[in-house]
Design a protein around this ligand. Sequence first.
Ligand code: GLY
Ligand code: MN
Ligand code: MN
Length: 433
Amino acid sequence: MVLPFKSSEYINRQERLFAELPESSVLIIPTNDRKFRSNDVGYPYRANSYILYLCGWEEPEGVFVANNKSGSWETILFVPPRDTKKEIWEGKRIGVDGATTWPVNATDSIESAESYISEYISDSHNIFTTLGVSSIIDDMLNNRDDITDPRAILDPMRRIKSSREIEHMQEAARIGSEAHIRAMEVALPGIGEWRIQSAIEGYFMDCKSQWSYPSIVGGGENGTILHYNTNMSEVNDGELVLVDAGCEVHGYASDITRTWPVNGKFTDPQKEIYELVLKAELAGIEACQNGSTWVSIHTATSQVLAAGLIELGVLDCTLDEAIGDPVKFDGPYRNFFMHGTGHFLGLDVHDVGGGRQGDDGKGPILEPGMVLTVEPGLYFGGWRTDVEIPERYSGIGIRIEDDILITEEGPVVLSSSCPKEIQEIEMIVGTGA
Ligand code: GLY
Ligand code: MN
Ligand code: MN
């Protein structure tokens, strides 16, 4: 197996972390437990993002341990040992010897991990680990109250992507964009949401990739449900379908949403809302500038959406009233745009360090190397009872989402090959049905 990064990149990440840790520390980074779907059938395994980040270990049951007891840092990776009887059933393992090419000083069997870790925690003053990842580590450490979570140091590191990480993310965005085009091509009135899902996810597999989150394919009213992923309805002539789907390359995610009519022609009300969401998305992308605040992106999309809703007659108030509290953004436009404008993207779809943290409520300052999504939407679910839905727009749910890299020269749209202009979409939908 070839690791997705050179050894030197992993070592550099480890050294940057170690530089922040005090003397007499032990760091324990376990991977995720396997999870069972039903009886003895497991979910597809996904390694923990922090062990992937620090040493690239993808198999189940690994633990990356580091300590500076001797005055300098030593790293050891505990892995499942070779075991022919188990391998006959489960597949070949890398094993303790095979793992020596991973970026660590030593490797050992996972069966030795417990005694090794017990010894080190008994004479280390500082234990750094994340509980709730591995039941073995939790059982060993759960009763202690002297544990520090290393994510506080690792998350700001993960937030800034290296050039090689950006290459993987660009590749995930390229495959994701092409998959959305395939979905548009195969569409026709009455198509099942599951067939659109199949076109998308089949394309991911064709590219030796896989989804980075369960695909959302919501036709008609289903597009007004933010995390809809049943994908079992037919999409009628005249309806839109909202497709939110992305894939993973070496663990790095893309996250793309497009909304389009299954018959290839937007109606006037659909066009009015689509153009408004697109305008908001472009304003949000423009706000993705080096040195800007996280919240300025949400301000940009919110201003456009709120003003547009007034212009379309959905809201009958001033812009300030529509937006509400300028920090909380709690005005009536939120009845139709009820989620955030985006999130950081990386080894996790909702990657580390998102949101409006910080004392000033403005969130992190944007820096080159950050990757985030911009994904405004408007949702007019006619089934809702909490708010009056204008008849003209009832049943319309539209989101447009792209993956944006912050650079010194301005925002770079990694998913730019995925069409989003009305004319482009209308030219593609149904051409391969
Ligand atoms: N696909 C999940 C999201 O857009 O946040
Ligand atoms: Mn997203
Ligand atoms: Mn999404």
